[in-house]
Design a binder for this molecule. Sequence first.
Ligand code: SD4
Length: 299
Amino acid sequence: MKTVFAATWWFGRACVETAYQRWQESSESDSAQRLLDAVVEGASTAERDPQVLSVGYGGLPNRDGEVELDAAVMEGARLRAGAVASVRRFMPVVYLARAVMERTPHLMLVGDGAERFALRQGYEPQQLLTAESLRRWQEWREQQTAPKEVSQERADAPRESHDTVGVLGWNDGHLVVACTTSGLAWKLPGRVGDSPIVGAGLYADNEAGAVVCTGVGEEIWRFALASRVVEAMRAGYSAQQACERSIDFMLRRLPDVAQHQCAVIALSARGEFGLAATQPERFNAFVCRDGAIEEVRAG
Ligand code: SD4
């Protein structure tokens, strides 16, 4: 096996297809760079697709009706990473996250600063709401009568809004990860979840493995889930065992986590795949091994 890509959710199929195609067509001689190109391009597929209501263009907005995007990339050779959060009006943010990694001395830019950086990178401002995401937000707003308990608010976010796209890539011992999301629907403006946070939503280290998470960011983040899974692989567990142990730990430590979807996919330093979820019956991912694509379900 030479090259593996893996991505979360139903739209993960298009992401791994795009990543593999990019990989095949690339003339880049540095394989870590070529892998990064492929993974970022793969993730951007979901950002451009208006049918995907949890990522990029057409993602469901915050409670004020504004789409706010978060994204990150990490490469496992030198532990380089870049991230952006709370970006309005610009996409694909996964490319912006890569630009933070490659063109700034920082790891993360947020909000207004990230938007000004986007402008300097030549991005054009654009409307990220589609007719469908606007309609859903208006429908939600009309149903809001009285203030709710905090826990109820989180439970009310529509199921498909928990679906961050995460893409992992492996080639000859090199690991790269990227993820991008519009975060939880109807979130408070300025809320940031796990996805752009190195160690929470994603992590990659060529010496151990690469991981990306999807689900309710508040739960994933409090467990530093991506880092937890990578460290389990470093300790010698397979990718599958590392995912399962980490999810089992969450459920044991805080049993209420079972009410939320928290899911993870991983590739080991040898390119072996694993996945697990707190609600396994509702989680799938796609793995592409040298061009052969397989759907893998957690439950
Ligand atoms: C978040 N983990 O912001 C993300 C949610 C998700 O699309 O998976 N969203 O909490």
